[in-house]
Design a protein around this ligand. Structure first.
Ligand code: FAD
Ligand code: SIN
Length: 532
């Protein structure tokens, strides 16, 4: 790393995000290049470390790429781009091999990997490490990155915006991306990290909703940064709601993995004990997520319930404890023994299917800018992500971005001198309450107006509120020194605007976008592409 001054450093490649996508890209790039990895908060702060169920790949005898491709397209309601689905599915077994080489201790079934099952999959196809796959995978990637002399890991950096042609000393105004401005969360200074190539791997925007399984930092920062710099985003209305988040007044975002249903768990009416999923879909509890989440939502609204029950207590206690040790322990600490009692669950936002539009090499619209993982719309997930295809996408696109950068390295110019961040906004906000209030307001109206079942009227109401808040937040942003909370609020609002804007443009119901005003699905699937 070449340090020019404390507030400006120049690198070969800057990767924003230390989750599965970012670390995979960094490790592949570090064979030849010097890479800086920036992360908001701690290195373990993204969704990757929280992943439970596992990673999908065709590994079972009798399973085929064609079936994984078909399952992905069926779950995605045909909105997926077939070339992306093929590209990812065919690379899945190789990605798992590399994780095994890194030392990820996947569960075994004799000498083969143990495969569990999740909704929408026609075969057992999910490799996993008990019910805490993400943590094990993330630790392995992190250890490898820490041991690599070509990788510098810099946590505690909240990136604010991309550096582009308009930040060059000799203003070119081009869309070329030269790195990022990042807030040092400890000192409060804003640093310019320039690079010949930049990879965004910042995760999703789940925290735009009041109830979400995602970690606090999932505020759509990368999507908002790319949008502000001029990149197109696509299919933002496709926000996935996981059917089974624990219903608990204190613990608001604990996921109960889909593998509980995959291993035989039933969804039941909490008072009558009626198993209701067969009434909605012949695949019952293993229908794709959008269908199961809508069925639960329907039960809750129809019967005025707070939650429904997920029950796996008919399985032997040893089986339950062996398959779900983390969840079993967590629930016990809350007074629920899942080996003998049902678990109260509700749907909650879980995954951002839309995002920065990328091609098969992870290229965005902007020269020098790549993106990988949950912040992107690669064409893999379409209108609804198939379970356990997300981590897979991170590995495949992390590697694809790195491969493209390495292959074309000669064409990447050295960054020009760029302007330092304008530190003239020296006033600290004396009204943190404004940020908190706005954040809460966004999350509430997004939950109430832009949730599982939508109407045009509710979407318009949400958009009206977003426009009012936009003026207030921009005013605030211009006057006060930036803080992580303010950066996140600005990005959360930008993400909300993109979600609602996309939802208003889709005049049909497809996958995760279900609206009472357009209940039919159009014959021709079409992406909702927003152009800045
Ligand atoms: P993340 O892992 O979310 O990492 C984002 C990174 O970007 C973080 O390091 C963060 O600090 C950084 N960042 C964000 N904003 C900024 C900024 N402004 N400046 C600097 N850094 C920034 N998928 C599966 O396939 N299988 C599963 O079993 C599974 N289980 C899940 C369980 C839960 C509870 C959740 C929430 C998700 C689950 N998913 C699962 C989805 C999957 O975990 C995520 O989609 C995936 O991990 C995203 O990885 P990522 O690298 O794109 O982003
Ligand atoms: C889960 O374990 O249910 C989450 C799997 C996923 O999001 O793919």
């Amino acid at each position: 790393m070449e340090s020019m001054n404390p507030d400006h450093s120049c690198h070969d490649v800057v990767v924003v995000g230390s989750g599965a996508a970012g670390l995979t890209a960094a490790l592949a790039l570090a064979d030849k290049l010097k890479v800086l990895v920036l992360a908001k908060g701690p290195l373990t702060g993204g969704s990757t470390a929280w992943a439970q169920g596992g990673i999908a790949a065709v590994l079972a005898a009798g399973d085929t790429f064609e079936e994984h491709i078909r399952d992905t397209m069926v779950a995605g309601a045909g909105l997926n781009r077939i070339e992306t689905v093929e590209y990812v599915v065919e690379r899945a077994p190789g990605a798992i091999d590399r994780l095994v080489e890194l030392g990820v201790p996947f569960n075994m079934d004799g000498s083969a990997l143990h495969l569990t099952r999740e909704g929408g999959h026609s075969h057992r196809r999910i490799v996993h490490v008990n019910d805490a796959t993400g943590w094990a995978v993330h630790q392995a990637l992190l250890e490898a990155a820490k041991a690599n002399p070509n990788i510098t890991l810099l946590p505690g950096r909240s990136c604010i915006d991309l550096i582009t042609g308009r930040h060059e000393m000799r203003y070119s105004g081009s869309g070329r991306v030269w790195g990022v401005y990042a807030l040092d969360e400890e000192t409060g200074h804003v640093e310019a990290h320039t690079a010949r190539a930049t990879v965004l791997a910042t995760g999703g925007a789940g925290r735009v909703y009041r109830f979400s399984t995602a970690p606090r930092g999932a505020t759509g920062d990368g999507i908002a940064m790319a949008w502000r710099a001029g990149a197109r985003v696509s299919n933002m209305e496709m926000m996935q709601f996981h059917p089974t988040c624990l219903y608990n007044l204190e613990v608001k975002n604990f996921l109960i993995t889909e593998a509980v249903r995959g291993e035989g768990g039933h969804l039941k009416h909490p008072e009558t004990g009626h198993r209701f999923m067969p009434d909605y879909d012949e695949r019952a509890e293993l229908a794709p997520r959008d269908i199961v989440a809508r069925a639960i939502d329907d039960q809750i609204k129809r019967y005025g319930l707070d939650f429904v029950h997920l029950d796996i207590s008919h399985k032997p206690p040893e089986f339950v404890k062996e398959h779900f040790p983390t969840i079993h322990e967590k629930l016990l600490s809350l007074g629920i023994d899942m080996t003998s009692q049902p678990i109260p669950v509700v749907p909650a936002q879980h995954y951002t299917c839309g995002g920065i539009l990328v091609d098969l090499a992870g290229r965005t619209d902007l020269p020098g800018l790549y993106a990988a993982g949950e912040c992107t719309e690669s064409g893999l997930h379409g209108a609804n992500r198939l379970a356990s295809n997300s981590l897979l996408e991170c590995f495949v696109f992390g590697e694809a971005s790195a491969a493209h950068i390495l292959e074309h390295w000669d064409t990447f110019d050295i960054p020009p001198p760029v302007r330092a961040w304008d530190e003239s906004r020296v006033t600290d906000s004396d009204e943190e309450v404004v940020i908190k209030q706005n954040w809460t307001e966004i999350r509430r109206f997004m939950w109430n107006y832009v949730g599982i079942v939508r109407t045009t009227k509710r979407l318009e109401r949400a958009m009206h509120r977003i426009q009012l808040l936009n003026t207030e937040v921009e005013e605030y942003y211009r006057h006060f020194r930036v803080s992580t909370d303010l950066i996140e609020l600005r990005n959360l609002l930008q993400s909300a605007e993109l979600i609602v804007g996309s939802a208003l443009k889709r005049h049909e119901s497809r996958g995760l976008h279900y609206t009472l005003d357009y209940p039919d699905t159009l014959a021709e699937p079409q992406d909702t592409v927003l152009v800045p």
